[in-house]
Design a protein around this ligand. Structure first.
Ligand code: WTA
Length: 679
C-alpha cells in the first residue's frame, strides 16, 4: 500500500482484506439476450485498436458534423476526443427519439408518498417541458451558451428537465446534491460563477415534506460573502400552486417557475450545435484541500462513453424497465439515470424518497409495480435493506435480469444476499468501480461474458487498461495480489476535462504523480491516478480497497477530511480537529471527529453537539460524524503535525504503529483508555 506520510491515514489503510475465490456465471437466459454476447467485442476494444475502438460508442450518437480526430493528445493531459465533431446532448437524449418513440415513457417518476400517483413522462412530453424551460432560462434569465447554471434540486423530474434545458442551450449545468447544506451549495455557486440558481420549495423525504428553498437563501448569502452575486433564483414548486417553504420570495430575484412557464407554452428552442469538446456540466466533488473541485465533463466524449457503457454494461434494451436508484445529485445519477439511458432512448425510473421508507419493502414494491428488470444501487442501500428486511424480496413478484452495485466496496456476504435474495438468483450482478472524475465505469465485468466474483469489481472495462503502481512509480506485478495505487494507463472519452478554473491542480492531483515525461505528447507517459488503493488477483480482477488520499467515502458519499476539519474550526471553542475513517457495518465507512479545546474551555456534551451541528451546517446531514470525541490533546509529531494514523488506530481498535517518535507519546494511552472504554 501507498507509503503515506507518517501523520496521515487513508481508507485503504483500514480496509478489511477478504479472500474470495468463487465465481458465479451469468444465467443462460441473460446471455441469450445480452447486448454484448460475443467475445469478439473484447477484440474490438483491444489495446491495438485504441483509440479508434471508442468510435463504436460515438456512433451511438447523432452528430451534426463528424469529428476529424478521434483523440488529440497535443496538450497532455488535456485530452480532446472527437475533435471537429459537433452535436447537442439534449437533441441526442430527446429530439431524436421522437420519430420512433414519441409516446414511450422517457422517465417514470415515483414520488415518495405511496398515496401519490406515479408519473410517466413520454419523450414528447419531455421535449415540450425541456423546450419551455430552455426558453424561460434564455429569455427570462438571459442564460447563454457557455454560462453556468447551478441547480440545488431533489429527485424530481424537474431536475432532468432542467439539465436537458441547459444542454439544449449549450449552457453548463452544475447540480449540487439536494442534501448538501445551503452553505455548501453557495460555495459551489460562487466557484462556478453561476448567476442563476434553480431550486425547489420542498420535497418528500423519510415521510416529511422538507423545506428546501431556505437553503437557496443561505446559498445566495454564502456566495455573496465570497464576492459573487446571484441574480435569479428559479423556484420549482413540488405541488404547483401551493408553497412548501417558510422562506419569503425575494422581490426581483425569486420567481416561481410554474407561474412563468405559461408565457413560454409551445415555444421551441433550437438545440445549439456544440463542439464535442464543449463542457456539458460540472460536478463538484471533495478533494485533498478544503475547496471542492468542479469536475468538468465534455459533451461528445462524455455522452458517447455513458451511452456505450449503458448499452454494454447496464445491458439496457428498448423494452426494459431500468431503475438506477441513485440520486441525480451525484455522478451516478447524471450518467446512469439521465444521460446514458436517455441517449439510448430507454425508460428510466426515478424515485423521490428513501429506499427504506416507510419500510424495507418499498423498493421491491416499486420493482413489482413497474415491472423493473434492471436495478442499480449502492452497497450501503443493500446493507440497509438486508438488515431491515432480509426476507422482504420474497414477498414481491418482480424479476430482475440485471443488477448493479456502485460507489463502495461490497463485502462478499452482502453481495451474495443481493444476488441470491434481492435478485432471487435470476439476475447477473455487476460491481462497477469508477468516480465522479471518470464519467463512467472503469472496472466491471462484462455481464454476459465475464463471470462474477463477489468482492471484486472485475477487470478494466472495454477500452480501459488499469495498472497498479507502488509509491515509487514501479508497476506492481499484475495478478500478484499486492496492494498499490490503481491508475489507468490510457485516456478514454468519459474522463473529465479539467477542474473548473484550476487547471494546474487538475494536472497536479491526477497526473503529476505517475507522469513519466512531462514533455511527452504520448498518452502512455501520462497514467491517470485514481486515488484508490487496489489489488489485482491472478485472474486479472481488481479489488478496490478504498481511497488513499484525504477523502472518506461514507455511504458512497465522498467527504474531504479537510472540509470536515475546517467546519469544526468554525466553532469558537475548538483549537484543533482531526477527522478519521472508521469501519461501519451499514455505511461501509463513517467519520469520527477528534477535537481539542482552546485553553480554559471545559469539555461538555454541548460542545460535541455544536461541532456536529457545525458540520451539518457547513456541508450537510450526510457528513454528520458518527462521534465527536473531545480529547485533552492530539498525538503529534515533534514538528507539530497531528498523527491521524494513530488516532484512526485507536478508533478502529487496530495497531497504532510506532509512537516513540511522538512529541507526546503519553497521550496515546490516555485517548485509548477514554475512547475504547466508551465504545
Ligand atoms: C469508491 C461514484 C469499490 C472509490 C461512482 C472511488 C468504489 C470513489 C466502487 C468514487 C466500487 C466507487 N468498489 N469502491 N465498485 N465505486 N468506489 O466520485 O473509492 O462519488 O474513488 O463516484 O468511490 O466516488 P464518486
Amino acid at each position: 500500500m501507498a507509503a503515506r506520510p507518517e501523520d496521515q491515514v487513508s481508507e485503504a489503510q483500514i480496509a478489511v482484506h477478504w479472500r474470495e475465490e468463487a465465481y458465479y456465471s451469468p444465467p443462460p437466459q441473460f446471455i441469450a439476450q445480452a447486448n454484448a454476447a460475443y467475445p469478439d467485442i473484447l477484440e474490438r476494444f483491444s489495446e491495438q485498436r485504441f483509440p479508434d475502438c471508442f468510435k463504436e460508442y460515438a456512433d451511438l450518437l447523432t452528430w451534426d458534423s463528424y469529428w476529424h480526430t478521434t483523440l488529440d493528445t497535443s496538450k497532455p493531459p488535456f485530452w480532446k476526443w472527437f475533435v471537429g465533431g459537433r452535436l447537442n446532448a439534449c437533441y441526442n437524449c430527446v429530439d431524436r427519439h421522437l420519430r420512433t418513440s414519441r409516446n414511450k415513457a422517457a422517465i417514470i417518476w415515483v414520488p415518495e408518498p405511496e398515496s401519490e400517483d406515479t408519473k410517466a413522462i413520454t419523450y414528447q412530453e419531455l421535449y415540450r417541458q425541456v423546450n419551455e424551460f430552455a426558453a424561460l432560462l434564455r429569455d427570462h434569465c438571459g442564460v447563454k451558451t457557455g454560462d453556468r447554471v447551478t441547480f440545488h434540486l431533489p429527485m424530481v423530474p424537474e431536475l432532468p428537465v432542467s439539465m436537458l434545458a441547459c444542454a439544449r442551450l449549450g449552457a453548463i449545468h452544475s447540480e449540487v446534491f439536494g442534501g448538501f447544506s445551503g452553505a455548501a451549495c453557495g460555495g459551489r455557486v460562487a466557484d462556478s460563477q453561476s448567476h442563476v440558481l434553480v431550486t425547489m420549495d420542498g420535497y418528500h423525504r423519510n415521510g416529511e415534506l422538507v423545506d428546501h428553498k431556505v437553503k437557496a437563501d443561505e446559498a445566495v448569502e454564502t456566495a455573496r460573502e465570497l464576492g459573487h452575486e446571484v441574480d435569479k433564483v428559479l423556484v420549482w414548486r413540488r405541488n404547483p400552486g401551493s408553497y412548501a417553504s417558510q422562506s419569503p420570495m425575494v422581490e426581483g430575484r425569486d420567481v416561481f417557475v410554474d407561474e412563468l412557464l405559461p408565457d413560454y407554452r409551445g415555444t421551441v428552442v433550437e438545440p445549439v450545435s456544440m463542439p464535442a469538446e464543449a463542457p456539458l456540466f460540472l460536478m463538484y466533488t471533495s478533494g485533498t484541500t478544503g475547496r471542492p473541485k468542479g469536475c468538468q465533463h465534455s459533451t461528445g466524449g462524455y455522452l458517447a462513453y455513458v451511452a456505450g457503457t449503458s448499452k454494454y454494461y447496464q445491458d439496457i434494451h428498448p423494452e426494459d424497465t431500468y431503475w438506477c436508484a441513485a440520486d441525480i445529485g451525484w455522478i451516478t445519477g447524471h450518467s446512469y439515470i439521465v444521460y446514458g439511458p436517455l441517449a439510448l432512448g430507454a425508460t428510466s425510473v426515478m424515485y423521490e424518497g428513501v429506499p427504506t421508507y416507510p419500510d424495507a419493502g418499498r423498493v421491491w414494491r416499486i420493482a413489482e409495480r413497474l415491472g423493473v428488470n434492471i436495478f442499480h444501487t449502492a452497497p450501503t442501500t443493500i446493507r440497509m435493506l438486508r438488515k431491515l428486511g432480509p426476507d422482504e424480496p420474497n414477498k414481491y413478484h418482480y424479476h430482475l435480469k440485471h443488477m448493479t452495485t456502485v460507489g463502495e466496496p461490497i463485502e462478499p456476504e452482502v453481495w451474495r444476499w443481493y444476488h441470491d435474495v434481492a435478485g432471487k438468483g435470476e439476475a447477473v450482478v455487476v460491481d462497477t468501480w469508477w468516480q465522479t472524475e471518470t464519467g463512467g465505469f472503469l472496472g466491471s465485468t462484462l455481464p454476459a461474458l465475464q463471470p462474477m466474483k463477489p468482492g471484486s469489481c472485475g477487470p478494466g472495462v472495454l477500452g480501459i487498461y488499469p495498472v497498479i503502481y507502488d509509491e515509487e512509480g514501479s508497476e506492481v506485478e499484475a495478478g500478484s495480489e499486492r496492494a498499490g495505487n490503481i491508475c489507468i494507463r490510457n485516456p478514454w472519452p468519459g474522463i473529465f476535462q479539467t477542474i473548473w478554473g484550476q487547471p494546474d491542480r487538475f494536472v497536479q492531483i491526477y497526473y503529476q504523480k505517475y507522469c513519466r515525461n512531462a514533455d511527452s505528447q504520448d498518452w502512455r507517459d501520462w497514467p491517470y491516478f485514481a486515488g484508490d488503493g487496489a489489488t489485482q488477483a491472478a485472474d486479472g480482477y481488481f479489488r478496490i480497497l478504498g481511497r488513499v488520499d484525504d477523502v472518506i467515502n461514507v455511504a458512497g458519499h465522498r467527504l474531504g477530511t479537510k472540509e470536515l476539519e475546517s467546519a469544526c474550526l468554525t466553532v469558537d471553542e475548538i483549537a484543533e480537529a482531526a477527522a478519521v475513517p472508521v469501519m461501519d457495518e451499514v455505511r461501509g465507512r463513517a467519520v469520527e471527529m477528534y477535537v481539542a479545546l482552546k485553553p480554559g474551555v471545559a469539555p461538555s456534551k454541548d460542545i460535541e453537539a455544536t461541532v456536529a451541528e457545525a458540520i451539518v451546517r457547513e456541508i450537510g446531514k450526510i457528513a454528520r460524524p458518527k462521534h465527536v470525541w473531545i480529547v485533552a490533546d492530539m498525538p503529534k509529531t515533534r514538528s507539530g503535525k497531528i498523527m491521524r494514523r494513530v488516532i484512526a488506530g485507536i478508533s478502529n481498535f487496530t495497531d497504532v504503529g510506532d509512537v516513540s517518535t511522538l512529541a507526546n507519546p503519553e497521550i496515546v494511552d490516555d485517548i485509548r483508555h477514554r475512547i475504547q472504554s466508551e465504545k
